[in-house]
Ligand binder design. Structure first.
Ligand code: GLN
Length: 489
C-alpha cells in the first residue's frame, strides 16, 4: 500500500485534505473499509462494521461541505468506538456473550458529540469482556492481535481500539480506561492513548465497569490528533452526574502556542525492579530528551504506590459486582433456555453469559462488600485510595507532570499471562494509581525494542489540566512521531 494512501495520514492532515477538496469523506471512508477488509482478518480489531451506515454518514458530510457547511475539523473523519460505547441501533456486546444480540436504543453522549462534529462513527471495536483484562484474551469473540507482531497481545482492555489505529484501519478511536485500559494498549501498539481527568468526559451510554474509575478517552497516532478528539468529546453533561462543569478550551489551539518548559517529576517507586530493560532504556532516553528541551527533572516519591493494585482490585470488583447485576437475563437479551424457574433465569443466564474473568470479579466484589467484610476490605481500600491521591497532591506542588513507563513490558505473547490472573493484573502497575487519584494520564510512543515492539511512556498531569499535559506530551511527540510509523501488515 502506498504511503500516500489516506490511511497513513493523521486526522489533522485528513482534515486539511478534506477542506482543500483533495479527498472526499466517501473516498476516505471507502479506503478505511478496504483497509479493514484486507487486514482485519489478521488483526481482529473489529467486532462489527456497518459499511452502509458509515458510507451514508460520509456522504452526508460531503453534502454539507459542498454547501459550504463544515461542522468541525473532524467532519467526515472516521472514528471507531470500543464496543462498550452506545451508538443508536448498532450492536453493543461489551465482548460478552450475554449481550450477543443487544442493540443500543440510544446514543452515548460521546457519540452524540462525535455526530454533532460530523465525524463518521464507524465500527465496534474489540475488548476484554466488560473491559476486564489487559490483553483482549478475555473477549468472548476471540482476541485482537498486535499489528506489530501477530503472535502477541495488543494490550487491553481497549485492545481493539489501539490495534485498529495502529493497523491504520481508522485514524481515531475511543476506548475506556478504568485502571489503564487506554494507556496500556496504546503503549503496546505504539499509538497515543489518553485517559482524561475523572469528570471530563461524560460516561452516559458507556457500559459501566467501575463507576468511580471509568473514563472514556481517545486513541490516535499523534498527540496533536488526541487534542482534537479530546476537545470534541469533553464537557459537562447533565446526564452524567459525575461530569464536571468546566469550560473546555480548544486543546489543539493551545498546542500551537509556545509553552514554557516546566518541571517533570520522576517517581522513584516506578523505576524499581520488575521493569523490562529495554522499556527502562527507552523511557530514560525520553527523559533525556525533555532535559535537552530545557525541562527540569526531579526525583519524587509516591510512597503509597504499592497499595494501588490491591486497592484497585477491591474497589473495582466491588463496583463491578454491583454494575453487572443488571445483566440478569430479564432486562437484556440472552436468557438461558435451560431455566426452570425465576431464580434459574438469573443463575443460568449469568452462568452461561459471562466468561471466567467477569465471574471472578463479580464474586470477589460481592465478597468485599458483604456484611462483616465491608469494613475490612471496601472501607479500608477507600482509605488507602485517599493516601494514593494525597501522594499525588503533594508531588504536584513541585512538578508540572509525572513521567513513568506506561507498562512494565512490551507486548507479551498470547497465553503468557492468561493462566495467572495476578501476573496479568501487574500489567497495570504504572497506570492504576492515576485512576484511583482521578488524574489525567497519557501514553506517548517513545521508541521500539530491538525486536521491533513499541514502547510507551506515561505522563500524568493535575486534575483538569489537560491542556498543560497535552503540551508537555506534544513537546516530545512532535520531535519523534513514533506513532506515525506503521507496522507491515
Ligand atoms: N486491566 C485492568 C483490569 O482488568 C484495567 C481495565 C480497565 O482499565 N478497564 O481491571
Amino acid at each position: 500500500m502506498s504511503q500516500d494512501s489516506p490511511i497513513f495520514k493523521t486526522a489533522t492532515e485528513l482534515s486539511a485534505d478534506l477542506t482543500a477538496g483533495k479527498i472526499s469523506s466517501v473516498e476516505l471512508t471507502q479506503a478505511m473499509i478496504e483497509r479493514v477488509e484486507t487486514v482485519d482478518e489478521k488483526v481482529h480489531a473489529f467486532l462489527h462494521l456497518d459499511k452502509e451506515d458509515a458510507l451514508a454518514q460520509a456522504k452526508a458530510s460531503d453534502e454539507r461541505r459542498s454547501t459550504g457547511e463544515c461542522l468541525s475539523p473532524l467532519d467526515g473523519i472516521p472514528v471507531g468506538l470500543k464496543d462498550v460505547i452506545s451508538v443508536k441501533d448498532q450492536p453493543l456486546t461489551a465482548a460478552s456473550k450475554i449481550l450477543e444480540n443487544y442493540r443500543s436504543p440510544y446514543d452515548a453522549t460521546v457519540t452524540v458529540k462525535l455526530k454533532q462534529a460530523g465525524a463518521v462513527v464507524a465500527g465496534r471495536l474489540n475488548l476484554d469482556e466488560f473491559a476486564m483484562g489487559s490483553s483482549t484474551e478475555n473477549s468472548a469473540y476471540g482476541p485482537t492481535r498486535n499489528p506489530w507482531d501477530l503472535e502477541r497481545v495488543p494490550g487491553g482492555s481497549s485492545g481493539g481500539s489501539s490495534a485498529a489505529v495502529a493497523a491504520r484501519e481508522v485514524p481515531l478511536s475511543l476506548g475506556s480506561d478504568t485502571g489503564g485500559s487506554i494507556r496500556q494498549p496504546a503503549s503496546l501498539c505504539g499509538v497515543v492513548g489518553m485517559k482524561p481527568t475523572y469528570g471530563m468526559v461524560s460516561r452516559y451510554g458507556l457500559a459501566a465497569f467501575a463507576s468511580s474509575l471509568d473514563q472514556i478517552g481517545p486513541f490516535s497516532t499523534t498527540v496533536e490528533d488526541t487534542a482534537l478528539l479530546l476537545e470534541t468529546i469533553s464537557g459537562h453533561d447533565p446526564l452524567d452526574s459525575t461530569s464536571f462543569p468546566k469550560e473546555i478550551p480548544s486543546y489543539s489551539a493551545e498546542l500551537k502556542k509556545p509553552a514554557q518548559a516546566g518541571v517533570i517529576g520522576l517517581p522513584k517507586e516506578f523505576f524499581g525492579p520488575g521493569m523490562d530493560d529495554e522499556v527502562r532504556a527507552k523511557v530514560e532516553q525520553s527523559i533525556e530528551h525533555y532535559r535537552s528541551l530545557g525541562y527540569q527533572t526531579k526525583e519524587v516519591s509516591l510512597p503509597s504506590t504499592d497499595l494501588s493494585i490491591p486497592v484497585y482490585y477491591v474497589i473495582a470488583t466491588a463496583e463491578a459486582s454491583s454494575n453487572l447485576a443488571r445483566y440478569d437475563g430479564i432486562r437484556y437479551t440472552s436468557r438461558s433456555n435451560r431455566a426452570q424457574n425465576a431464580i434459574d433465569v438469573y443463575a443460568k443466564s449469568r452462568g452461561e453469559g459471562f466468561g471466567a474473568e467477569v465471574k471472578r470479579r463479580c464474586l470477589l466484589g460481592a465478597y468485599g462488600l458483604s456484611s462483616g467484610y465491608y469494613d475490612a476490605y471496601y472501607l479500608r481500600a477507600q482509605k488507602a485510595r485517599t493516601l494514593i491521591r494525597q501522594d499525588f497532591e503533594r508531588v504536584f506542588k513541585e512538578v508540572d507532570a509525572v513521567l513513568t513507563p506506561t507498562a512494565p513490558t512490551p507486548a507479551f505473547k498470547f497465553g503468557e499471562k492468561s493462566e495467572d490472573p495476578i501476573s496479568m493484573y501487574l500489567s497495570d502497575i504504572f497506570t492504576i494509581s492515576t485512576n484511583l487519584a482521578g488524574l489525567p494520564g497519557i501514553s506517548v510512543p517513545c521508541g521500539f525494542t530491538q525486536s521491533g515492539l513499541p514502547v510507551g511512556m506515561q505522563l500524568i498531569g493535575q486534575a483538569f489540566e489537560e491542556s498543560s499535559l497535552l503540551n508537555i506530551a506534544h513537546a516530545y511527540d512532535r520531535d519523534h512521531l513514533y506513532g506515525r510509523q506503521a507496522p507491515n501488515l
